[in-house]
Design a protein around this ligand. Structure first.
Ligand code: GP9
Ligand code: MN
Length: 435
């Protein structure tokens, strides 16, 4: 019902975090290139195996002079995995408590970034992905979001050993998509969804780097994970050298993020010893801390590079990016907060209603001290801390519930942001390659 939207609208208004004038609009007019690192977790950054960096190129970006790199950024996906990450980044609304927005609510009214950036700044928009368009119902959802192009598997030669598990191998995706990228009107907003670094992380020997010797744990999934991490790193490196040669780096902003965990909790104890942690004292809080994924904003030539310790998550990316592009966000219904904003609250909501903050984590029904990695016994939780924790839990539950209601009831039908033109999915046909 229309009045349900006003409840959501007033929550989002009260939760609004204003832009930081230091960063507002600094990327306006630049191409936006989003690199979605499949199943890539933060622990691989700066990790060495047998004396060799797993991801030397991503490490160089992470510490680069032009890259703002977040060290306390968390994935917040639920069962929707990649599609939840995409939903959060394109709409700043959460995935669902179960199932996927993309499969269940593909024809909802979205007010997503592809439509916003093309309507307000005239950007062209496209997704490049080596899997079939129907996976995660992407072809339907992208039309609801207003993506102008979707270069899925049908646009590439994915035959034989060119593909691995979920589609065209990443090096080929970056290479073969150039023909389409170069036809896009600039400035463009493009997203590359990689797939090779995906469970069970197998990779043909011919594609492996003989100079990278992976771990020798008794879990082949973990050992393979570092091999496909390394391959993904080489793929991104090759893409960057293309962007540089094509003269695209200097007028682009590159957003790089990991979509969700690759190693599941049941394997974390085996992983622990590889990443320098003690498996015998591994805790549920350690499982949460491993949910960090990279979030890097590379602005070539900006010299703005630094490590940003702000605690945040995928829900926060859209407002952060909109403000960098000089797009005011007050008018939209978006749950995230600009990570550069002084009003940004460092409270990371997970889909299961657990949460983490710089000092405390709530998970497995207990409150954890992040410094000691110990449970804080109820008896030693002060009244003040107990009050804070219950305020945090209420805030997390409220935000998730309102986001769910917005999606379940398709409430954006009843809301018109200033100047926003409703997207008509029928206006898009992905079968036609960019002419
Ligand atoms: C599928 C690829 C992997 O096209 O994006 O999706 P995931 O299994 O990670 O949700
Ligand atoms: Mn994924």
């Amino acid at each position: 019902k229309p009045n349900d939207i006003s409840k959501v609208r007033s929550y989002v208004k009260s939760h609004y975090a204003k832009a930081n004038s230091k960063y507002y609009g600094i990327a306006k007019g630049k191409n936006v290139i989003i690199i979605h690192l499949e199943s890539f977790q933060q622990f691989s950054i700066d990790q060495k195996i047998n004396g060799k960096e797993v991801t030397p190129f991503l490490n160089s970006l992470y510490h680069g002079k032009d890259t703002i790199s977040f060290s306390n950024f968390f994935n917040e996906v639920g069962q929707g995995k990649t599609s939840d990450a995409e939903n959060m980044l394109e709409t700043s609304t959460f995935g669902l408590p179960s199932g996927s927005v993309f499969t269940k609510y593909a024809s909802n009214t979205f007010q997503a970034m592809p439509a916003i950036i093309s309507q307000r700044l005239g950007y062209s928009t496209a997704v490049f992905h080596g899997n079939v368009a129907s996976f995660w119902n992407r072809d339907t959802v992208y039309k609801s979001m207003g993506y102008q192009h979707f270069f899925d598997a049908s646009f590439y030669d994915v035959s034989g050993e060119k593909s691995e598990s979920w589609g065209l191998k990443d090096k080929l995706l970056f290479k073969d998509s150039v023909a389409y990228l170069e036809k896009l009107q600039q400035p463009f907003y493009v997203k590359y969804l990689t797939v090779t670094n995906h469970y069970p992380f197998t990779l043909d020997t011919v594609d492996q780097d003989p100079n990278f010797k992976t771990s020798d744990t008794d879990d082949p999934i973990i050992n393979n994970y570092f091999i496909t991490n390394h391959y993904l790193d080489q793929s991104v490196k090759e893409f960057y050298s293309y962007l540089s040669k094509a003269g695209l780096l200097k007028n682009s902003i590159i957003i790089i993020y990991g979509d969700h965990y690759g190693i599941s909790e049941s394997e974390n104890k085996t992983l622990a010893s590889v990443i320098g942690k003690n498996p015998t004292t591994w805790t549920a809080n350690d499982d949460v801390q491993l949910q960090r994924v990279p979030f890097m904003i590379d602005i070539p030539g900006s010299k703005l590079g630094h490590i940003d310790k702000t605690y945040g998550g995928e829900i926060d990316v859209l407002p952060t990016l909109e403000h960098l592009l000089g797009i005011s966000t007050k008018r939209y219904i978006q749950f995230g907060q600009d990570l550069f904003s002084k009003q940004h609250k460092q409270l990371v909501a997970f889909r299961d209603q657990d949460f983490t903050t710089p000092k405390y984590t709530y998970t497995a029904g207990k409150l954890w001290d992040n410094k000691t990695d110990k449970v804080i016994p109820t008896s030693s939780i002060s009244k003040a801390l107990a009050k804070k924790v219950s305020t945090w839990q209420k805030a997390v539950n409220k935000e998730l519930n309102l986001s769910d209601e917005l999606i379940y009831k398709d409430l954006l039908r009843f809301y018109k942001p200033k100047g926003f033109k409703t997207v008509n999915p029928k206006n898009y046909d992905y079968g036609v390659s960019a002419t």
